[in-house]
Write a protein that binds this ligand. Structure first.
Ligand SMILES: *[C@@H]1O[C@H](CO)[C@@H](O)[C@H](O)[C@H]1NC(C)=O
Ligand SMILES: *[C@@H]1O[C@H](CO)[C@@H](O)[C@H](O)[C@H]1NC(C)=O
Ligand SMILES: *[C@@H]1O[C@H](CO)[C@@H](O)[C@H](O)[C@H]1NC(C)=O
Length: 425
């Protein structure tokens, strides 16, 4: 935030920008809190806290500086979304995100990095942290008033096994939420002081419940199952997901926001392991069976969302097609200001993938008798992929901006949004 003082955008340009934003789609959700469930795509520090390990730099470098527990160089989609889902002032932010990135990438990023933190900073008191705190992270002064994040990297929908990366599979995350809620109500009954740190009782019914999980169920299955077996297992995976949603609904959750799974065949980890046979690659260089499994999973997930919406008449179930946004980004990367669609920014091995499964981002290891380091690239905003499995902050910004157009949502939401924003200048 200190950088803001050093860099000044001329006021006329800023005003012009804000006018453009004002006329662009705006968004105003007014949710008092967000409760998130998922895997590394939305883990804000859960797995590192839960298992007790530290990520290496340059994870976090673009925004948090030291590693933040996120498998990313900066903010995740949930970081970018949750701010304005819960805060009216963040309407600026939403509008800013919908400005076409490819027209003025640098000015855009300028605005994004310098002014948005300033909005956040100036609009929130010191206790009001701008990001969702991980349920498992007790260090610092976690504040759960506007929500809580149960997502942990490596988590699956299906129950974890002895070889799972994360023991905190979806059912466990839902149980953690139920305990969270019970404890919050208990503490409210005892003292008014907890209001600053914990959600109010009525928030649980009004909150947005967000989900981004399933990728690890599919990706993991490719190591031990045939393609047909994987496709056949999708209904079982989704039944477990449905069970979790029902448990939340029974506890009063009413607003559900479900991200579908991304094109995991485009992740360098999978390209390196399953893409050695060129006949398995699609026109973008992604592993076709992986993406086909993801598409099939998403079709059934979408149908499940429709079914739940039909059953829960007083609830809102929103399905978000993240797959299409990410696949389009990888296909048309240069139009959105990127230079590398698949190659890893923070990895080892050099082109074409710069990925080696033996060594993860930031690590130094002896490989074949030589000490090597998986280093970050000079400019991660040119890359879509951060570490072989996760997206860069720059890519997450693009994806968030597309989610906010409402076009990839079912039901779509942009039409319902107000046109004019309350400007605070
Ligand atoms: C569902 O969405 C509609 C329209 O956006 C809104 O009026 C309604 O309050 C929402 N339902 C709940 C339970 O929040
Ligand atoms: C890339 O952009 C073109 C032009 O907008 C579009 O027709 C095409 O569908 C995009 N590719 C993908 C894979 O989305
Ligand atoms: C180590 O050396 C072997 C044999 O030369 C080679 O196949 C392998 O790819 C090397 N591994 C790494 C990580 O460089």
């Amino acid at each position: 935030m200190a950088a803001i003082a050093n860099t000044v955008i001329p006021l006329p340009i800023l005003t012009l920008f804000l006018l453009c934003f004002t006329l662009a789609n705006s968004i105003d959700f007014h949710y008092p809190a967000v409760f998130n469930f998922g895997d590394s795509n939305s883990d804000t520090g859960g797995l590192t806290a839960g298992l007790g390990f530290l990520l290496d730099p340059p994870n976090g470098q673009m925004y948090f500086k030291p590693p933040s527990g996120r498998f990313c160089d900066g903010r995740l989609i949930i970081d970018l979304l949750s701010n304005f889902l819960t805060d009216n002032l963040q309407t600026h932010y939403a509008a800013a995100l919908s400005f076409p990135l490819f027209v003025l990438k640098h000015l855009y990023l300028h605005f994004y990095f310098l002014y948005i933190p300033w909005f956040q900073h100036s609009s929130m008191d010191a206790m009001d942290l701008p990001f969702l705190n991980a349920y498992l992270d007790s260090i610092g002064s976690p504040n759960f008033r506007k929500g809580c994040n149960f997502a942990t990297a490596g988590s699956t929908i299906l129950p974890a096994t002895a070889t799972s990366v994360s023991p905190f599979s979806f059912g466990v995350q839902v149980s953690q939420f139920l305990r969270f809620k019970a404890r919050v109500l208990e503490l409210h009954a005892k003292s008014k002081k907890v209001d600053k740190f914990l959600p109010k009782e009525e928030y649980f019914g009004k909150a947005l419940y967000t989900f981004d999980i399933g990728q690890n169920d599919l990706a993991g299955a490719f190591y031990s199952k045939s393609f047909d077996q994987i496709l056949a297992s999708i209904p079982t995976i989704l039944l477990e997901f449905e069970t979790g949603i029902k448990r939340l609904y029974d506890q009063g959750a009413r607003n559900f926001w479900v991200h579908n799974t991304g094109p995991l065949g485009c992740l360098p980890q999978n390209v390196a392991r399953f893409g050695t046979d060129p006949s398995k690659l699609d026109e973008l260089g992604c592993v076709a069976p992986h993406n086909q499994a993801a598409r099939l999973f998403n079709l059934q997930l979408h149908a499940l969302c429709k079914k739940l919406q039909g059953q829960y008449l007083e609830a809102n179930v929103t399905y978000i097609d993240v797959f299409t946004i990410k696949y389009n980004l990888i296909a048309n990367y240069s139009r959105y200001g990127f230079e590398q669609p698949i190659m890893v920014c923070c990895g080892y091995g050099g082109p074409p993938l710069n990925y080696d499964s033996h060594i993860s981002c930031g690590q130094t290891k002896i490989l074949n008798g030589t000490s090597v380091t998986a280093k970050g690239c000079p400019d991660s905003t040119e890359y879509i992929n951060w570490d072989g499995i996760h997206y860069t902050e720059a890519a997450n910004q693009y994806v968030s901006s597309q989610i906010l157009t409402g076009k990839y949502a079912d039901p779509p939401f942009s039409d319902e949004m107000p046109f004019l924003l309350p400007l605070k200048f």
